[in-house]
Write a protein that binds this ligand. Structure first.
Ligand code: ADP
Length: 190
């Protein structure tokens, strides 16, 4: 089973690259951001609570996203593999994911980290905000909060996966196809 964590700050291109990888390796794409926006669109209680945090660029509680991922894994018992996009975002989430996968006798194959510097991220997100319809892409302060949350809580996961020998950094700037090729090479070497 190929289970990939696609890692990187907001605006690094995780969504774009996930789409390519899903197609090529026939993986199930699990994006906690997309799942949360689905809850918001459906008007659920969980969605309403999450929206308050997301609109400030703050992470939603670990238990919420771990629960969502756990039920998606259960719903897909015969999957050939998963690509996790925007999850895990904290060490607690990464530990929970390891346990969830272990209980299905599988594990993370590798973590692919897209590296992009901060000013490029802000520019990309403001540009995406023009047509994404996402309220958290519209305001530079919210964008900077998201990057700050990433640096404080998510960036330490690079060490978590390095310690497991699973971390691979990939330059996230350049042509989309070049980045896809670099990801494919990293996957071939897993
Ligand atoms: P981006 O990576 O561009 O910020 P996402 O769609 O991954 O976009 O996330 C949007 C927001 O959803 C985050 O700012 C956060 O509030 C919430 N979120 C998404 N995934 C998680 C997660 N794994 N843990 C906590 N909060 C999350």
């Amino acid at each position: 089973m190929l289970n990939l964590v696609l890692f990187g700050p907001p605006g690094a291109g995780k969504g774009t690259q996930s789409a390519m990888l899903v197609e090529k390796y026939k993986l199930i794409h699990l994006s906690t951001g997309d799942l949360l926006r689905g809850e918001i669109a459906a008007g659920t209680e969980l969605g309403l609570e999450a929206k308050k945090l997301m609109d400030q660029g703050i992470l939603v509680p670990d238990a919420v996203v771990i629960g969502m991922i756990g039920s998606k894994l259960k719903q897909n018992p015969n999957a050939g593999g998963f690509i996790f996009d925007g999850f895990p975002r904290t060490v607690a989430q990464a530990e929970a994911l390891d346990l969830l996968l272990a209980s299905s006798n599988t594990s993370i194959s590798g973590m692919l980290a897209l590296v992009v510097e901060e000013e490029e991220l802000v520019a990309r997100l403001l540009n995406r905000g023009k047509d994404s319809g996402r309220s958290d892409d519209q305001d530079e302060n919210i964008i900077r909060n998201r990057i700050q949350e990433y640096n404080a809580k998510t960036a330490p996961l690079a060490d978590f996966y390095t310690n497991q020998g699973k971390y691979k950094a990939i330059k996230g700037v350049g042509k989309i196809e070049e980045i896809t090729s670099a990801l494919n090479e990293a996957i071939a070497a897993l």
